[in-house]
Design a protein around this ligand. Structure first.
Ligand SMILES: CC(=O)SCCNC(=O)CCNC(=O)[C@H](O)C(C)(C)COP(=O)(O)OP(=O)(O)OC[C@H]1O[C@@H](n2cnc3c(N)ncnc32)[C@H](O)[C@@H]1OP(=O)(O)O
Ligand SMILES: CC(C)C(=O)C(=O)O
Length: 512
C-alpha cells in the first residue's frame, strides 16, 4: 500500500478557469478549507503574475498550517525569487518550476533549443533549491513529447535537486494506457526517478483526466495534482473529489490511501462553487445535486429496501445528507408511500392509490413535483366530499379588447352538461358558466389565489368562500392552470352544498 499525496491546484490552475478571479480573502478561506480537507500540498498561486497573486500566496503561507504551500515559477530568476519571497513564513514551502517538453512548445512558444531548455531548467531548479529543500519540476505537454528528451530533461532536473517530478498531460491528449506507459517509462529510465515523487497533472479535454490520473497511480505515481470540482484551464483538471473517492471506494483495486477527510468534500465543493461562480453540474460525480438522488420507481424501491442496491458509497461519507428520493413521473408506489410517511401522513391503501394517480397526473404536467405539491394534493383529497359534480373541462378566451368568454362541461349522475357565458374576466366568465350549468345562483364572498411551490410550473391554489342564502361554504382547487384551479374551487363548493355541508340549514341544490 502506498500513500498518495493530494496536490491541490484549485487556487492556481483552478483560477485559470475562464472568467474566474478570486480575491485574496476568498483564496485564504479556500486554503483553510483545503487544510481541513486534508490535502498534502496547496499550490497557492503564481506570484510573478500580479501583486494580488503574490499577496494571496504570501498570506496563505503565513496563515494556513498543515499542508505544504507551493508557488509556481517559470524557468526564470525573477519568477523563482518572487515565489520564494511569497512563501516566506510557510511551515513547509515548495517551489514548482516548470518548462515545456514538446517540440511544439519548444519551437513555437519558448523558441529555445532542447539544450537551452535543459540548461535553463537546471539553473532554475538549483536556484529554487537555495530557498527550499522541496522543489517540484514539470515539463508541460509531456504526452506530446519525445521520450528521449524527457529522460534527459527530467534526469537533469533531478540531478540539479528536484524532489518531485511532475509529468503533465497539459492538453488532455493522453489515453489511460498510454499515460500509464509514459509514467512507467520515466520511472524506469530516468536516473533518480525512483527516489523522488512522481506526480500526475491531467487536463480534461477528452474527459479522461481522472481516468488518466488513476492509470498513472497504477503505474507508480505517488502524487496527484487536482482541483476541487475539476475546474481549471479549458475543460479543467482532474477532479479532486472524483479521484479521491475512486481511490477510497475501490481500495480493493488500487490498494492506496490518501490523507483526505472525505466528509469535508461536499462543503469544499460548495465553497469553491460559490466563490468562483462556477456551478457544479447536477450530474457531476460525488458533489452534483443528483449524485445521490434516486428518481425512478425501480431504483427507489431498491434503495428503500437496501441502500447498496443503487449506491456504491454513502452520501454521508462525502459530507452530504443521506441519498434522497426525488419524486417524479418515474417514481413508484413504494417511494410515494415513503414520502407520505415522511410528510407525516398515515393513509390507507385506497387513499394512497387515489393520491398516487393524482400525483402521476401532476407529474405529466409539472416538471418538478415538490413535497409542498404532494401535501397540497393530500389536503385537497382529504377534504373531498362526494362528487355530485365533476368538472370535465373548462375553456376560455380572453385578451385585450375582447369580452372574456368561458365554456364549461360538468358531469353529474344524470348526464353531461355544457354551458358558455361571458364575464368581467376569465374567472368571472367561468363562474357564470358553472352557475348556469348547476342552476344555482351563488354569491362569491371571497376569492384568493396563491402559488404552491416555485417556478413557472408552480401549482396555483385557489380558495373561495361562496354563499347561498344563509349558507356559507369554503371551496378549494389546485392546478398548474389557475383558471382550472378556480373552476375546481367552485365545483368543490357546489359539491359541498350538494352534500349538505354549510353553515346554515340544508337546502337542496337544483339538479341540472
Ligand atoms: C500550463 C499552465 O497552466 S502554465 C501557467 C499559466 N498561467 C499563467 O500564464 C498565469 C498568468 N500569466 C501572466 O500573468 C503572464 O503571462 C505572465 C506574468 C506570467 C508573463 O507575462 P508577460 O511577461 O507579459 O509574457 P507573456 O504572457 O506575453 O508571454 C509568456 C512568456 O513566458 C515565456 N514562457 C512560457 N513558459 C515559460 C517557462 N516555463 N519558462 C520560461 N519562460 C516561459 C514565453 O515564451 C513568453 O516569453 P516571450 O515573451 O519572451 O515570448
Ligand atoms: C504548470 C503545469 C504543471 C501545468 O499547469 C500544465 O502543464 O497543465
Amino acid at each position: 500500500m502506498a500513500y498518495i499525496k493530494i496536490f491541490d491546484t484549485t487556487l492556481r490552475d483552478g483560477e485559470q478557469t475562464p472568467g474566474v478571479t478570486l480575491n485574496t480573502a476568498e483564496k485564504v478561506e479556500i486554503a483553510k478549507q483545503l487544510a481541513r480537507l486534508g490535502v498534502d500540498i496547496i499550490e497557492a498561486g503564481f506570484p510573478i503574475t500580479s501583486t494580488g497573486d503574490f499577496e494571496a500566496v504570501s498570506r496563505i503561507a503565513k496563515e494556513v498550517s498543515g499542508p505544504t504551500i507551493c508557488a509556481l515559477a517559470r524557468t526564470a530568476r525573477a519568477d523563482i525569487e518572487r515565489a520564494a519571497q511569497a512563501l516566506e513564513g510557510a511551515e513547509r514551502a515548495r517551489i514548482h518550476v516548470f518548462t515545456s517538453g514538446s517540440k511544439i512548445h519548444l519551437e513555437h512558444m519558448l523558441r529555445k533549443t532542447p539544450e537551452e531548455v535543459i540548461e535553463a531548467s537546471v539553473e532554475s531548479v538549483r536556484l529554487a533549491r537555495q530557498f527550499t529543500g522541496d522543489v517540484e519540476f514539470s515539463a508541460q505537454d509531456c504526452t506530446r513529447s519525445e521520450l528521449a528528451f524527457l529522460y534527459a530533461l527530467y534526469g537533469a532536473a533531478i540531478e540539479a535537486g528536484a524532489t518531485v517530478i511532475n509529468i503533465p498531460d497539459t492538453v488532455g491528449y493522453g489515453m489511460p494506457l498510454e499515460y500509464a506507459e509514459l509514467i512507467r517509462n520515466i520511472r524506469d529510465n530516468v536516473p533518480g526517478a525512483k527516489e523522488v515523487d512522481i506526480s500526475t497533472h491531467c487536463h480534461d479535454d477528452l474527459g479522461l483526466a481522472v481516468a488518466n490520473s488513476l492509470a498513472a497511480i497504477g503505474a507508480g505515481a505517488t502524487q496527484v495534482e487536482c482541483t476541487v470540482n475539476g475546474i481549471g484551464e479549458r475543460a479543467g483538471n482532474t477532479s479532486l473529489e472524483e479521484v479521491v473517492m475512486a481511490l477510497g471506494t475501490r481500495r480493493d483495486v488500487w490498494g492506496h490511501e490518501t490523507g483526505i477527510n472525505t466528509r469535508e468534500l461536499y462543503r469544499t465543493s460548495r465553497m469553491v462553487a460559490m466563490y468562483t461562480g462556477v456551478s457544479v453540474p447536477p450530474n457531476k460525480a460525488v458533489v452534483g445535486d443528483n449524485a445521490f438522488a434516486h428518481e425512478s420507481g425501480i431504483h427507489q424501491d431498491g434503495v428503500i429496501k437496501a441502500l447498496e442496491t443503487y449506491e456504491i458509497m454513502s452520501a454521508e461519507t462525502v459530507g452530504r445528507d443521506a441519498g434522497v428520493l426525488v419524486m417524479g413521473k418515474h417514481s413508484g408506489r413504494r417511494a410515494f408511500r415513503k414520502t407520505l410517511e415522511e410528510l407525516g401522513y398515515e393513509l390507507d391503501d385506497e387513499k394512497v392509490n387515489v393520491l398516487f394517480k393524482q400525483f402521476k397526473d401532476l407529474c405529466d404536467r409539472k416538471q418538478k413535483v415538490t413535497s409542498e405539491d404532494i401535501r397540497a394534493l393530500i389536503d385537497a383529497e382529504t377534504a373531498r366530499v362526494p362528487q355530485t359534480y365533476e368538472l370535465m373541462s373548462v375553456q376560455f378566451q380572453s385578451g385585450t379588447g375582447m369580452i372574456p368568454v368561458a365554456t364549461v362541461r360538468l358531469k353529474t349522475d344524470t348526464g353531461i352538461y355544457e354551458e358558455a357565458a361571458t364575464g368581467d374576466g376569465p374567472v368571472d366568465a367561468v363562474y357564470r358558466a358553472l352557475e348556469r350549468v348547476a342552476g344555482l345562483p351563488l354569491k362569491l364572498e371571497s376569492y384568493e389565489i396563491r402559488s404552491v411551490g416555485s417556478g413557472k410550473d408552480a401549482l396555483g391554489e385557489v380558495s373561495i368562500r361562496a354563499s347561498q342564502g344563509e349558507r356559507l361554504v369554503h371551496g378549494r382547487g389546485l392546478s398548474t392552470d389557475v383558471i382550472e384551479a378556480s373552476a375546481q374551487a367552485y365545483v368543490d363548493v357546489l359539491n359541498k352544498f350538494a352534500a349538505g355541508i354549510g353553515k346554515a340549514s340544508a337546502q337542496q341544490v337544483a339538479t341540472p
